[in-house]
Ligand binder design. Structure first.
Ligand code: NAD
Length: 503
């Protein structure tokens, strides 16, 4: 039996004891996860520094604060999320209990990516624990230091059998994928995403695929270009452009292009100094393979800003590319590095057409003062999310489902969406053994009269609010009638003594 098979078996055995069902157990594990993050902040930051050259504060800002927030939210809301959810009834179920009961799925496999090695691996885990599942955690081997720290330290805080960490590369992941899971949650590129889905299909296991793609960014010429460029520069070059929701390329009219280049150049200097290579808040490309890949994407385009690089350190400076067309090499795949191409379009019509002709991205960014233009982009394009006048920050709104559509992924998470994604939403209908007479219409022999009743009961939609309003009105009318009658009676009694002598 392989190590992976053993680990999954142990997780399932432990899950089947029912240990994860009580909410107190889940809350305790979530609190342990939070304690891990706060107590081991230094180890986490060290590992990310070694993997991606990120600063300690950068790691806290982009990896662990979000995790802490997700855990706190889950702890606070768990009883609400896990509670039965009553649903609208029809005429036939008016006297019954009808609700949705979230229940754990079982054993979940979480496959993480390297670019935010802690956030993208542990954030789905928050949902898995909250929903009452066991979870096998497979961090990316590419961010090897983070994977090692996770493997060594996480089991010191969480239940070892229920939430084991399995490290390794492609063969270990493939061995894991041969096992039967109840859900696979994968973050990474879409080529491997297809393999994951194929492997899961063999067990009819549902998947969440958090993939990438080329997220476009349209700048409307009427907007505040200075502010737009500050936000775009931040969103693009954070983590050296290795962010799944980074704006991949800019679309704008030729008349604002030189302004855009100048503003981005100014921001790069302001954010990362004259020499980003020696600045602690500018990181590195993850490895030589990705360094070579990103460098080769520049072929055929003009470097307007940056372009400096050092292979020995996997360093590529923040770079803006001009004279780029839809056919340029840099437009053939997700950049996932610090290159920002600018493509000319004649206006919003052409921008919409450009976006719609390509795969559905994870995000569409639009910068404009014109709300109508923004709404038009929403109506005429499709993507995992749309963010207007900023970059990346929709990720921090845990009420918004985070995920892709089409080539950028399937399924979503964050906040309650993680809980729902990793739960089975079970339909529950509890009837009484009374009122058997109502059922006559469904039992043979089928007659026209019975069919008429069935049509009435099954097709008439029961509007509880309307019914309640009607009930209230009837009650109010009854009350009013009673009061009026009572008033009349009083008046009659007052008049009666005066009338008495004449009788
Ligand atoms: P990666 O190389 O770390 O691969 C991801 C995982 O897949 C790893 O755990 C790895 O072990 C496993 N894997 C790799 N090859 C495999 C194979 N042949 N069979 C089975 N498993 C295999 O990460 P990556 O794919 O380079 O990640 C970058 C991509 O992920 C980008 O496209 C990025 O946009 C995307 N991403 C998306 C999100 C999101 O939330 N949507 C977040 C981060 C990254």
């Amino acid at each position: 039996m392989s190590r992976e098979e053993l680990v999954v078996q142990r997780a399932r055995k432990s899950f089947l004891t029912g240990k994860t069902k009580p909410l107190e157990f889940r809350i305790h594990q979530l609190k342990c996860l939070k304690r891990f993050i706060t107590e081991r902040r230094g180890d986490i930051a060290d590992s990310v520094k070694k993997d991606l050259g990120k600063s300690e504060k950068g790691t806290e800002l982009f990896e662990t604060i979000g995790l802490e927030g997700e855990i706190e939210l889950a702890v606070e809301k768990l009883s609400e999320w896990a509670a039965p959810r009553p649903v609208e009834k029809n005429f036939l179920t008016i006297a019954d209990e009808v609700y949705v009961q979230p229940e754990p799925l079982g054993v979940v496999l979480i496959i993480g990516a390297w670019n935010y090695p802690w956030a993208v691996t542990l954030q789905p885990l928050v949902g898995a624990i909250a929903a009452g599942n066991a979870a096998v955690i497979k961090p990316s081997e590419v961010s090897s230091h983070s994977a090692k720290v996770m493997e060594e330290l996480l089991p010191q805080y969480l239940n070892k059998d229920l939430y084991p960490v399995v490290t390794g590369g492609v063969s270990e992941t493939q061995e894991l994928l041969r096992q039967r899971f109840d859900h696979v949650f994968y973050t990474g590129n879409s080529t491997v995403g297809k393999l994951v889905m194929e492997a899961a299909a063999r067990h009819l296991t549902p998947v969440t695929l958090e993939l990438g793609g080329k997220s476009p960014c349209f700048i409307d010429k009427s907007c505040d270009i200075t502010v737009a460029c500050r936000r775009i520069t931040w969103g693009k070059f954070v983590n050296c452009g290795q962010t799944c929701i980074a704006p991949d390329y800019i679309l704008c009219e030729p008349c604002i292009q030189s302004r855009v280049v100048d503003e981005i150049k100014k921001c790069i200097k302001e954010f990362y100094t004259e020499n980003p290579k020696t600045f602690e808040d500018y990181g590195r490309i993850i490895n030589q393979r990705h360094f070579k890949r990103v460098m080769s994407l520049m072929e055929g385009s003009t470097v307007a800003v940056g372009g400096d690089n050092d292979e020995t350190e996997c360093y590529i400076g923040p770079t803006v590319l001009q004279d780029v067309t839809g056919e340029s090499k840099v437009m053939r795949e997700e950049i996932f590095g610090p290159l920002l191409p600018i493509i000319s379009v004649s206006g919003v019509d052409e921008a919409i057409q450009f976006i719609s002709e390509r795969e559905k991205p994870l995000v569409v960014y639009v910068f404009s003062h014109d709300n109508k233009l923004i709404k038009r982009v929403i109506a005429e394009t499709s993507s995992g999310a749309l963010l207007a006048n900023d970059c990346l920050v929709h990720f921090t709104v845990n009420a918004l489902p985070f995920g892709g559509v089409g080539n950028s992924g399937m399924g979503c998470y964050h906040g309650r969406h993680s809980f729902d994604q990793l739960s089975h939403l079970r339909s529950c209908l509890i009837k009484q053994l009374k009122m058997e007479g109502v059922n006559v219409m469904r039992y043979p022999p089928h007659t026209d009269k019975k069919l008429g009743w069935a049509r009435f009961f099954l097709l008439k939609r029961l509007n509880i609010c309307r019914l309640r309003r009607m009930f209230m009105l009837t009650a109010l009318a009854g009350l009013a009638a009673f009061v009026i009658q009572d008033l009349r009676a009083c008046r009659w009694r007052r008049l009666t003594p005066k009338l008495a002598p004449s009788f």
